[in-house]
Design a protein around this ligand. Structure first.
Ligand code: UD1
Ligand code: CA
Length: 452
């Protein structure tokens, strides 16, 4: 089988510099949804017809299994498929998809291709309001005769409610001849792909129709309003899939997955969470409201409290993170690590049972097990030119409001007194403190305002 994806249209109504088919839906370009679905059918050739925003489209999608056909200028859907002919394997079926119809399901396409086994098949739906679409014209026996475009249709034909979704499967061997015979003698002066339907009928080939299970599979994106509508549909179906796998969602209407979210058993996700890239939540993870997770793995039993932000990080099992915690790229937490409010961690590893519960910046650090990082602790990792590492060994206790001026090491079991500015290594099992001695001046009087 060959698959041709039409993606040359301009998308004027998007009012955007980004080519229409590159607009993201559920975190992935519109046309990438179509490409991924197409790939799942294992076609022999997969060809994208592109035009508007050409180079941007090609470089954004570049992959070894894609071939490219430039359509310039754009003279209609039939003209578009003709540009793809050199990419096609001469045998079997050619399936035509639209790059701006992203939610079509593989199962539907399987049925369409099956219906085209000995002829041509068109994916159609009946719409309450068929305005604007090509109509499926049938004879008295109910057989498809041809497709007529809205602008060419007679008053009677305009009453037909069965429409052409644009998705079609046809015998590749006939395609070259049919497309060569197309004429642009119609209301739009375009070469209509839909005219091949009449040609197939003329040739005595069976022309069948198939329909998608869900109407949303064939919705196209022409505007930002439609893009938002499809985003909601994609999110809703994604949320349903998660719930079917056993995930408990506080509200399936208030989760956004812009990438891939994989969950173990008994995961709970509260409202307004956003998942981007690849996120894995192991068994019994609980995600509080308003969390954002991007490319992250969260270990079993860990609880993320509200407003936690995690990117390119790994959190071990049985942890407690947040509320208002920020784990930046390169953070790796082992099991039973507690990270509290207003704690930022970057490019650091923290071993098991350690805690940083309040107000801290931990950057470029290696922290051992059972370490307690006090409130207000800062690793001064940056000297204005270079980044340096801080090492805190097992069982250390870092007093509140401490600055660790890297590179510096806190030895195993060491204690740093509150307010310490650590500029040299702290030896193990000792108290290190850098603080002016406290004195009190008795009988000292506060100054008073002059002239009174
Ligand atoms: C087309 C169908 C119509 C169907 C409708 C469904 C034809 C003649 N008409 O109409 O029967 O009901 O889709 O939405 O096929 N494209 C190109 N190059 C072109 C023209 C279009 O790549 O020269 C691409 C567009 O980017 C788009 C798709 O083909 O992805 C359909 O184009 P569009 O202009 O939306 O087709 P319609 O006129 O709406
Ligand atoms: Ca259209």
């Amino acid at each position: 089988m060959n698959i041709v994806i039409l993606a040359a249209g301009q998308g004027k109504r998007m009012h955007s510099n980004l080519p229409k088919v590159l607009h993201p839906l559920a975190g992935k370009a519109l046309v990438s949804h179509v490409i991924d679905t197409a790939r799942s059918l294992s076609p022999r050739s997969l060809c994208i017809v592109y035009g508007h925003g050409g180079d941007a489209v090609r470089s954004a999608l570049a992959a070894p299994d894609l071939s490219w056909a430039l359509q310039e200028p754009q003279l209609g859907t039939g003209h578009a498929v003709r540009q793809a002919l050199p990419c096609l394997d001469g045998q079997g079926t050619t399936l035509v998809l639209y790059g701006d119809v992203p939610l079509i399901r593989a199962e539907t396409l399987h049925r369409l291709v099956h219906a085209a086994a000995d002829g041509l098949a068109v994916l159609t739906v009946e719409l309450a309001d068929p305005q604007g679409y090509g109509r499926i014209v049938r004879n008295a026996a109910g057989q498809v005769v041809r497709i007529v475009e809205q602008k060419d249709a007679s008053a009677d034909e305009k009453k037909i409610r069965e429409i052409n979704t644009g998705i079609m499967a046809m015998p590749t061997a006939r395609l070259g001849e049919w497309l060569g015979r197309l004429s642009s003698d119609n209301a739009q002066n375009e070469y209509y792909l839909t005219d091949v339907v009449g040609m197939a009928v003329e040739a005595g080939l069976p022309v069948r129709t198939a329909s998608p299970e869900h109407e949303w599979e064939v919705l196209g994106v022409n505007s930002k309003v439609q893009l938002a509508e499809l985003e909601r549909i994609a999110q809703r179906t994604g949320a349903e899939r998660l719930m079917e796998q056993g995930v408990r969602l506080a509200d399936p209407a208030r989760i956004d997955v812009r990438g891939e979210l994989r969950c173990g058993r008994d995961v709970f996700i509260d409202v307004n969470c956003v998942f981007e890239g690849e996120v894995v939540l192991d068994e019994a993870v609980e995600v509080g409201p308003n969390c954002v997770l991007k490319n992250a793995r969260i270990g079993a039993g860990t609880r993320l409290a509200a407003f936690t932000h995690i990117e390119d990080a790994v959190v071990g099992a049985d942890g407690m993170i947040g509320p208002f915690a920020r784990l930046r790229p390169g953070t790796e937490l082992a099991e039973d690590v507690h990270v509290g409010n207003f704690v930022e961690i970057k490019k650091s590893t923290i071993a098991a049972h350690s805690k940083a519960n309040h107000l801290a910046y931990i950057g470029d650090a290696t922290i051992g097990s059972r370490v307690n990082v006090g409130a207000g602790t800062i690793t001064c990792n940056y000297d204005g030119a270079n980044k340096h590492r801080t090492i805190i060994e097992d069982d250390a206790f870092i007093g509140s409001d401490t600055q660790l001026v890297a590179p510096v090491t806190v030895g195993r079991g060491a204690t740093l007194g509150a307010g310490t500015t650590l500029t040299k290594d702290a030896p193990p099992d000792s108290l290190t403190i850098s603080r002016a001695r406290q004195t009190s001046i008795t009988g000292w009087k506060r100054p008073v305002k002059a002239g009174r």
